[in-house]
Design a protein around this ligand. Structure first.
Ligand SMILES: [Mg+2]
Length: 288
């Protein structure tokens, strides 16, 4: 009999309500599956539950945003148990990249009848991630937004912190050491997928299972350059610019002489320095 652990945070505004949790459990049990629901209350709860009990299940279902999926990935810690996704967050970057449908019934249909796709994960300072890590401007915005975090966490909650970060205009040098070269830039994104959240696609060439990171480095400081870089990412621009350098590599070390924030999969992850490494084919996701 297949068995599923369903991880959701009903208190976050992103998880499943009790009624919808009931519907998912019903849809899975109707197909002869056993379902255990893990209701998380705060950061780390989901990861702990997955880490302790993962071997009891056919698959782990993450019902929430990219943060919930990130917790499941870290709880699995390289164990190749497939992850099912019920996208309930704001951005749902992974679901979007892998064409996992948003509707409840269709998402459960994928979990029951889909196929397992092996994808790469990244490791950043001992945390696993599936989407991206970055250091500089956007990580400052994420850190500010999280300090003011409310129960519901939509795109609008980033607007104020973004304007304040732009106005403060602090863009220290960041040194990026890759497999074979070293560059100094002002903002760096280490991407595993093209999408970033919302309409932003800073690494349009990134492939989630080629065993390499796509590194995007923005070379010039200043708020107008940051705005321009943001607009180019918004258009998913693929054109070559001499102040935007793109490279591929398997490992990268990022440091700065100043205090520079880091974010991983959209959550604050402390400050530089950080070493990142790709873990090829180390996660299985159930896709249509
Ligand atoms: Mg890649």
């Amino acid at each position: 009999m297949p068995s599923y652990m369903l991880v959701t945070n009903p208190f976050s505004g992103k998880g499943l309500s009790e009624r919808k949790t009931g519907r998912v459990v019903e849809m899975l049990s109707d197909q002869g599956a056993r379902v255990d629901v893990v209701r998380t209350r705060g950061p780390g709860d989901g990861e702990r539950a997955v880490s302790q009990r993962k071997r009891d299940y056919t698959a782990i279902v993450a019902a929430g945003g990219d943060g919930t999926i990130n917790e499941v990935v870290n709880g699995l810690a390289g164990e190749l148990i497939p992850i099912g996704v019920i996208a309930r967050g704001t951005a749902n970057v992974l679901a979007h990249e892998l064409d996992i449908p948003r509707g409840l019934r269709r998402a459960v249909g994928v979990i029951l009848g889909g196929k397992e796709l092996p994808i790469d994960a990244g490791m950043a300072c001992n945390r696993r991630f599936l989407l991206m890590a970055s250091a500089g401007f956007d990580a400052q915005v994420v850190a500010h937004a999280h300090r003011k975090r409310a129960m519901r966490f939509g795109y609008m909650s980033f607007l104020g912190p973004m304007c304040r970060t732009l106005l403060r205009a602090r863009f220290p040098e960041v040194t990026v050491r890759m497999d074979e070269s070293t560059m100094v830039c002002r903002h760096v994104i280490v991407a595993n997928v093209p999408g970033y959240g919302g309409p932003f696609r800073p690494a349009p060439h990134a492939i989630y299972n080629d065993g390499e990171f796509d590194i995007v480095m923005y070379m010039k400081p200043g708020r107008w350059n940051m705005l321009r870089y943001g607009l180019l990412a918004l258009c998913g621009s693929r054109s070559a610019k001499d102040d935007i350098i793109r490279m591929r590599c398997r490992s990268v070390k990022i440091r700065s002489h100043e205090t520079v924030e880091l974010q991983v999969d959209g959550d604050p992850a402390g400050e530089l320095p950080c070493e990142l490494e790709i873990l090829p084919d180390s996660v299985r996701v159930i896709v249509p």
